[in-house]
Design a binder for this molecule. Structure first.
Ligand SMILES: [Zn+2]
Length: 389
C-alpha cells in the first residue's frame, strides 16, 4: 500500500460549487484515493511520503472539458509534441475529448468515424498522454450512422459524442435523432455553439442547440466566434444543459454568460475548457487563464471558478475525480499566489487577475512534479519528506 500525506494546507478547496471549501488542513491519500480529510493531527508516520505545502492552497486537479487530441501527446493541428504534458504543468489532470477532427485524412463514412472513435477511446484508456487522464475517442456524427452503430460503439466502451457540427450531420433534426440514440446507449454529447470554426463546419444557433438537446453546449462564448448575446441568454434561460466557456473564444461573451449564470444561481452548469489545440494554438495555461478572467472580471469567486474547472465537469461526465472527498481519485493541485502578485494566496491572485502558481500536481496520489515549469514560481514551495519505515 502506498500513502502520501499533504499537510499544512492553508486553504482546501472542495471543487463543489455550492460548498466550495473543505474543513481541514491535511489530506491522507492511500493507494491513489483520498482516504482521510482532517487536521494537522493526522500523523506523518501514517504516510510513506509527506508533503508540507507550507500554507498554500490545495484544490482538485483541473478538468479541461474541451480538447482536440488525436493519438498520443502530439497534435497534427499545430505540429507540436507534449502539449498535454505542458497542460499538466498548468494544473490540468483530466481532459475530455470534444472530438478528434484533426486526424490527418479523417474518414467521414460511418465505418471510418466509428473506427476512429474506438481507436482513440481505447488508446486513451491504455495510455495517459503526458500523464493526463485523457478521455479520448469522441464520436464525430457523420451521415449514415444508424442506431445499431451507437449500440456497437457503446459495447466497445465509447461514451462520448464530440461536438455535433464537426461532421457531415448539420441538420438539427437529423442530429437530434442521433443524439437520442447516443443517450439511449449512455453516451454524453457535446455540441458546437456559435460561429463556424473551420471551413466545412457550420454556424450553430441557440435554436439548433435547443432542438438537438446535447448534454453540453460547447463554447457558448464561441469557438472562436461567439453567438449573439441574446442567444446565450436563451441557452441560460430555456435549457438546463451544461454551458461551457473556453479559452479560445470571445472574452466579452464569456463574461456575459458567466454573469448570467451567477445571477440565476446556476453556476453548477458552468464548465471550463480550453478548445486547444485549435487554430488559436496550444495554450498550456488556458484553463487557469479563463479562471483568472472570470474571477477577476465577472464576479465569480476564486473557489467557484475552481469548481467550474473541476467538480462541475466531473459531475457532468460522471468522473470519480474533480472533488476533494473521501473515496475520490487523488488528483490534486497545489496552488499559490505567484511571486510578486498583489494577491497573498491562490484565490486572491485569481481574483486580482493573476494566473496562480502551480506548486505541485498529484495524479492518483503520485507526485507528477514539484514546481510547474510553465507558471511563475509560487510564494510558498511544497517540501517533500520521505518517511523511513
Ligand atoms: Zn467547436
Amino acid at each position: 500500500m502506498s500513502s502520501l500525506l499533504l499537510r499544512n494546507i492553508g486553504c482546501l478547496i472542495s471543487g463543489k460549487v455550492d460548498k466550495p471549501y473543505c474543513e481541514g488542513d491535511a489530506v491522507l491519500i492511500k493507494d491513489g484515493l483520498i482516504a482521510v480529510i482532517g487536521g494537522n493531527s493526522l500523523a506523518e508516520s501514517d504516510a510513506d511520503l509527506v508533503v508540507d505545502v507550507q500554507g498554500a492552497t490545495v484544490a482538485p486537479g483541473l478538468i479541461d472539458s474541451h480538447v482536440h487530441p488525436v493519438l498520443g501527446d502530439y497534435t497534427p493541428r499545430q505540429k507540436m509534441l507534449d502539449f498535454m504534458e505542458s497542460s499538466l504543468h498548468g494544473g490540468v489532470t483530466t481532459m475530455i475529448s470534444a472530438g478528434e477532427p484533426h486526424t490527418p485524412g479523417r474518414p467521414k463514412d460511418p465505418a471510418g468515424t466509428k473506427a476512429l472513435a474506438i481507436l482513440c477511446h481505447k488508446s486513451s484508456r491504455n495510455y495517459r498522454p503526458g500523464g493526463v487522464k485523457l478521455h479520448g475517442g469522441a464520436l464525430i456524427l457523420e451521415k449514415g450512422l444508424k442506431e445499431e452503430d451507437f449500440a456497437e460503439l457503446a459495447g466497445e466502451g465509447v461514451w462520448l459524442v464530440g461536438e455535433v457540427g464537426l461532421g457531415s450531420v448539420k441538420d438539427p433534426e437529423e442530429a437530434a435523432q442521433m443524439v437520442r440514440w447516443a443517450h439511449k446507449y449512455g453516451m454524453k454529447v457535446m455540441m458546437h455553439t456559435g460561429g463556424t470554426s473551420l471551413p466545412g463546419s457550420s454556424v450553430v444557433t441557440a435554436g439548433d442547440v435547443l432542438t438537438v438537446q446535447p448534454d453540453v453546449a460547447s463554447h457558448v462564448n464561441g469557438g472562436p466566434t461567439a453567438p449573439p448575446l441574446q442567444e446565450i441568454e436563451r441557452l441560460v434561460t430555456e435549457a438546463q444543459m451544461a454551458l461551457e466557456i473556453v479559452h479560445c473564444g470571445n472574452p466579452k461573451a464569456a463574461d456575459y454568460a458567466a454573469r448570467l449564470l451567477k445571477e440565476k444561481g446556476e453556476l453548477h452548469r458552468l464548465v471550463i475548457g480550453n478548445d486547444a489545440p485549435s487554430g488559436t494554438g496550444v495554450i498550456p495555461l488556458g484553463i487557469l487563464r479563463v479562471m483568472a478572467q472570470l474571477s477577476s472580471m465577472s464576479g465569480i469567486s476564486g473557489a467557484e471558478v475552481v469548481a467550474a474547472a473541476s467538480g462541475n465537469t466531473a459531475a457532468l461526465y460522471g468522473l470519480n475525480t474533480g472533488v476533494v472527498e473521501v473515496g475520490r481519485e487523488a488528483d490534486l493541485v497545489v496552488l499559490d499566489a505567484p511571486m510578486g502578485s498583489v494577491g497573498e494566496d491562490a484565490l486572491k491572485a485569481l481574483e486580482a487577475g493573476d494566473v496562480p502558481a502551480v506548486g505541485m500536481v498529484l495524479v492518483d496520489g503520485k507526485v507528477m512534479f514539484n514546481i510547474s515549469r510553465n507558471t511563475p514560481p509560487p510564494k510558498r514551495k511544497p517540501v517533500l519528506k520521505e518517511m523511513k519505515k
